[in-house]
Design a protein around this ligand. Structure first.
Ligand SMILES: [Zn+2]
Ligand SMILES: [Zn+2]
Length: 117
């Protein structure tokens, strides 16, 4: 019987490491670059309604009481979150979420063969 040794993808490895670090209290959920709900890089699923939190104000405009929309440009490496009502709607939580999205986007972008030094 042959046992196949499957190579773990960078995403799977990162997910597992962040799950462990978060459980151990070494990593804040806000600083994760992966999402354990969707099993993806955070920038790949942050537009899901699951990532909207009215209480903590992740992706939430308090003034307009509505979620911020997400605009991601993978080529340019930019991530923006704006309220469709007032055009702003930022918060400390959203700023951290943005930083995590930009970082995860950076990890994926840097992995492209052309970018390897
Ligand atoms: Zn997610
Ligand atoms: Zn607003």
């Amino acid at each position: 019987m042959t046992v196949l040794h499957l190579v773990e993808s960078p995403l799977a490895r990162r997910l597992r490491a962040e799950d462990q670090d978060e459980d151990a209290g070494r990593l804040s959920p806000d600083d994760r670059l992966t999402c354990h709900v969707h099993g993806r890089w955070i920038h790949q699923c942050v537009s899901s309604p699951v990532h909207v939190h009215p209480v903590t104000r992740h992706r939430w405009c308090r003034r307009c009481e509505r979620p911020l929309t997400v605009a991601i440009d993978e080529l340019a490496g930019t991530v923006r979150m704006t309220c469709p009502g007032c055009g702003a709607g930022g918060s400390g939580a959203t700023t951290r979420l943005l930083a995590a999205c930009r970082a995860s986007l950076g990890v994926v972008t840097a992995r492209r063969p052309a970018a390897v030094a």
